[in-house]
Design a protein around this ligand. Structure first.
Ligand code: HSE
Length: 304
């Protein structure tokens, strides 16, 4: 049996569409055991009722990919997942399944794939690197995926920063939230984003909080996605009025994250209230960045 702990992630951070992400200290736990036959999947925790327990299960698909890549012959597997990351809310739940499943499967195969090969396989399965890479290495990550492979730099997030996650009570699939984006953008909008993504990265690297209002400054995805998330712009605006340094749509949404180094309660209350004014109930999760990415926390024994 192999047990893996894998963090939630928030991607984009506003300007860093498809290339910036932060690991959060909210974790899913995945156990994988090879068995004599068949597929058994137990799901506990958040959203346990809606997660597939057959071959469509995303962790199983990730496990199978690693086994196939390694030509590893298996008779059956048993998977137990304990979820704390809400599904389809823009908090990297699919990346957590892919990374957790692949790490556990690779361990069972005898670590045939090295870390970079595993990362490449995981990014290919997800389609973009901005959740996968921080889920694997922790911290704040700027990453690029192309025919060279996955290239990234990890930055530390100052410990005093808190992430106030406002999680609305509705799902938004990334595939739906990507369909609404335009095929082309103006040069002006492209420059708006690259300048802010570069400056925000440098500010994080230097822990210069005076630039953290760049969290959320974006013209490539948030303006288009706001039509899918009632109250989105107002929640962001009011989180900042309540004292947040910056606020942004987390990944493809619908969760919204406000960043602060001060008291979180007033900002959280505002975010909840504004969503409610738009007919949306929501939950608040207060998180810090996770310094570590996914890790194997147990191997051996057979307690599934
Ligand atoms: N960068 C991706 C998007 C994150 O915004 O579509 C989705 O998880």
């Amino acid at each position: 049996m192999v047990r893996v702990k894998v963090p939630a992630t928030t991607a984009n951070l506003g300007p860093g569409f498809d290339c910036m992400g932060i690991a959060l200290d909210l974790y899913n736990y995945i156990e994988l055991e090879e068995t004599d036959g068949g597929l058994k999947i137990h799901v506990e925790g958040v959203d346990n009722k809606v997660i597939e327990t057959d071959e469509k299960n995303l962790i199983f698909k990730a496990v199978r990919k690693v086994f196939e890549k390694n030509n590893y012959k298996y008779k059956g597997v048993c998977i137990r997942q304990h979820n704390n990351i809400p599904m389809a809310r823009g908090l990297g739940s699919s990346a957590a399944c892919i990374v957790g499943g692949m790490l556990a499967a690779n361990k069972i195969c005898g670590d045939l794939l090295n870390f970079n090969e595993l990362m490449k396989l995981a990014v290919e399965m997800e389609g973009h690197p901005d959740n996968i890479v921080p889920a694997m290495v922790g911290g704040c990550v700027i990453s690029v995926h192309d025919n060279i492979g996955v290239r990234y730099i990890k930055l530390d997030i100052p410990k005093e920063l808190s992430f106030i996650i406002s999680v609305p009570d509705f799902n938004l699939k990334t595939s739906e939230a990507r369909k609404i984006l335009p095929d082309t953008v103006s040069l002006e909008d492209a420059v708006f984003n690259i300048s802010r993504a570069a400056l925000l990265s440098a500010a994080i690297a230097k822990a210069d909080g005076s630039f953290y209002n760049l969290f959320g400054e974006d013209r490539l995805h948030q303006p288009y996605r706001s039509s899918l998330i009632p109250g989105m712009s107002k929640v962001i605006e009011n989180a900042k009025k309540a004292g947040a340094k910056g606020a942004f749509l987390s990944g493809a949404g619908p969760s919204i994250i406000a960043v602060t180094d001060k008291e979180t309660g007033i900002i959280a209350d505002q975010m909840k209230k504004i969503f409610l004014n738009h007919g949306i109930t929501s939950k608040i999760i207060i998180s810090k960045a996770s310094e570590c990415g996914a890790e194997i926390i147990d191997q051996g024994g057979s307690d599934l």
